[in-house]
Design a protein around this ligand. Structure first.
Ligand code: ADP
Length: 178
């Protein structure tokens, strides 16, 4: 993918040494469970403070859109909060909305001149998006973005929390020489 390396790992996204981590937030931006809770717990109150300011300005974050805050106490400099779609069976625009999550997150990363970014498996927890379908959307959306933009990104890491997602992503991504 040009000069950008796509990687897959299994682990906790809050621990990653990357410039930006993506949060699977909800539209309130006020925190929640899953990866959202983990990021706010590990990153500390500065992240929520900024989320509240964004909320005051724009009233939350619509599904498929993204906003950026500090990384607080995380190793990452930024958290990019994006709101994945809730799975309603697949005929409610879920695929396009999930694609937008990846695209808009990468666009914000480029605006911030980020060199490395890590994504969780957006929407595959509480929001119920089938993991195989979500993995396909994620990889395709990122590859399309990289093909169509002159990006400064050197690394895009897909962080899988569970073994099932890890296997799905490993099947989709060719092994790259390190
Ligand atoms: P959503 O509401 O978008 O479904 P969730 O947080 O419920 O968001 O789940 C999204 C994905 O993040 C799931 O695959 C879940 O297993 C994973 N996840 C949960 N905690 C972490 C973490 N600390 N690091 C990386 N991924 C995580």
């Amino acid at each position: 993918m040009g000069n950008t390396k796509l990687e897959v790992i299994q682990g906790d996204i809050t621990k990653l040494e990357v410039d930006a981590v993506v949060n699977a937030a909800n539209s309130s931006l006020l925190g929640g469970g899953g990866v959202d809770g983990a990021i706010h717990r590990a990153g500390g109150p500065a992240i929520l403070e900024e989320c509240k300011q964004i909320r005051a300005r724009q009233g939350g974050c619509p599904t498929g859109e993204a906003v950026v805050t500090t990384g607080g106490n995380l190793p990452a400099k930024y958290v990019i909060h994006t709101v994945g779609p809730v799975w309603h069976g697949g005929a409610k625009g879920e695929q396009a909305l999930l694609t937008n999550c990846y695209r808009n997150s990468l666009r914000l990363a480029d605006e911030k001149e980020v060199k490395s970014i890590a994504f969780p498996n957006i929407s595959t927890g509480v929001y119920g998006y089938p993991k195989d379908k979500a993995a396909n959307v994620a990889v395709q959306a990122v590859q399309e973005y990289l093909q169509n933009h002159d990006t400064g990104l050197k690394r895009v890491v897909f962080v899988c929390f569970d073994a099932e997602n890890l296997e799905l992503y490993q099947d989709l991504l060719p092994v790259q020489p390190s």
